[in-house]
Design a protein around this ligand. Structure first.
Ligand code: LMR
Length: 394
């Protein structure tokens, strides 16, 4: 059996990490995988996380199992962080999952269980793992237009045109904020139009929110999710703590199901617990406990929010600096979109050949679709990247 296995296609983002590691050039610049880096190129443990770990180490007296949904306090804290007071808490079921990816996977499994015929609609482009998970689960998949390659902004008319084809019971996967890979995001009025369309068509939204706090701020980044939760009878929400708490390897995520009524909540909760049990039994706990402690302790929370805000503003400064550098070099505002995009990523709009040229000539690593991780830049690498973009003829 094992000898019959075929080589699997490599994940493009992770493959790029390996290529970068193997490159001996000292000047190389990693703009690939979506990991925050400070000006020194490090992904630091956040101050509040360090302090929470110290307290946990002192206070934790058992490593025995928690419940299948994880620590209920974590579910409640994440519900408040993401949904605020948008919906009655009694309607929300929450399960801890291994990272945001785990939450997306469990959400799709729930859909497949309940509505095997449902088509999953994803933005074109989307995070590549969305596509591979849907395909791996054997679910019907459709794409909707999202990004205008000329303006590097959301193609909202195209999106709405395509989503008009959604059928009742279909699932529309949306990025809560900081769209990956483009960096182009819906405005709040556009979210409202999407909500109205979903309501009209009877589709269920599945929102993946992996970068809350990296775009316009914690509440502003959740505004679209909250609007959807408020307007629609039901919603699935997959949230990640990897980026905004900087705890990538701890695998802390949450899947929330907003049920149409409080009476329907227990069946949703029971299904989330069942799915956890089938796939990995109990979800990882360590990272979720840190998150709960930070979100519920006023001093830790204030410190976390302050550090997250530093990170967010730092990325905005890098965006401005890159856009300015390109404005000087090209004498035009063609790259002004870099300062308009939000979150960790921007899609530059370069061809695969231009992306390869920048890698070969300048040691600049970005994903083949020309997604660049803004947080991988610093004041030294910005002029190098800007010149490389111009030299590659982007
Ligand atoms: C990314 O898009 O780079 C991140 O979400 C990391 C990953 O797992 O792909």
């Amino acid at each position: 059996m094992l000898e019959d296995l075929k080589e699997q296609p490599k994940d493009k983002i992770l493959e790029l990490m390996d290529l970068f590691r193997a490159d001996p050039r000292a000047q190389k610049v990693d703009l690939g995988v979506g990991v925050y880096r400070n000006a020194e190129g490090l992904t630091p443990v956040m101050r509040a996380v360090k302090e929470a770990e110290r307290r946990l180490w002192e206070a934790e007296d058992t490593k025995s199992y928690t419940g299948l949904l994880g620590d209920p306090a974590y579910g409640a804290a994440m519900r408040d962080l993401v949904l605020g007071d948008a919906v009655d808490a009694a309607r929300v079921a929450a399960a801890a999952t291994p990272g945001g990816t785990g939450a997306v996977r469990q959400a799709l499994e729930l859909v497949r269980m309940s509505a095997p015929e449902a088509t999953v609609w994803v933005s074109s482009p989307t995070w590549p793992n969305h596509l591979t998970i849907v395909k791996y689960l054997g679910m019907p998949l459709r794409e909707y237009r999202y990004f205008d390659n000329d303006t590097r902004a959301v193609d909202f008319a195209g999106m709405m045109d395509d989503l008009a084809g959604v059928k009742p019971g279909d699932v529309v996967l949306l990025h809560g904020c900081c769209h990956n890979p483009t960096g182009a995001n819906l405005t709040l009025p556009e979210w409202a139009e999407v909500a109205a369309l979903l309501l009209r068509t009877g589709a269920t939204p599945l929102i993946d929110i992996a970068y809350q706090g990296f775009g316009d701020g914690l509440d502003a980044d959740a505004a679209g999710v909250r609007l959807i939760a408020r307007e629609l009878p039901e919603a699935l929400i997959a949230a990640s703590c990897s980026k905004n708490f900087g705890i990538y390897r701890e695998r802390a995520g949450v899947l929330m199901g907003v049920a149409p009524t409080a009476a329907a909540q227990p069946a949703v909760e029971g299904t989330l617990a069942f799915l956890n049990r089938q796939n990995y039994s109990f979800p990882p706990d360590h990272g979720t406990r840190l998150v709960t402690m930070i979100l519920t302790d006023p001093a830790l929370r204030a410190d976390w929010e302050a550090e997250l805000e530093e990170v967010r503003l730092g990325m905005l400064d890098l965006r401005e600096a890159l856009a300015d550098e390109l404005r000087e070099l090209t004498g035009s505002d063609r790259f002004g979109f870099l300062a308009q995009h939000r979150g960790m990523f921007s899609r530059l709009g370069a061809t695969p050949e231009q992306v390869l040229k920048m890698r070969q000539d300048n040691g600049i690593y970005m994903v083949g679709d020309s997604r660049l991780n803004i947080a991988g830049l610093n004041s030294n690498s910005i002029p190098i990247l800007a010149q490389a973009i111009v030299d590659a003829g982007v």
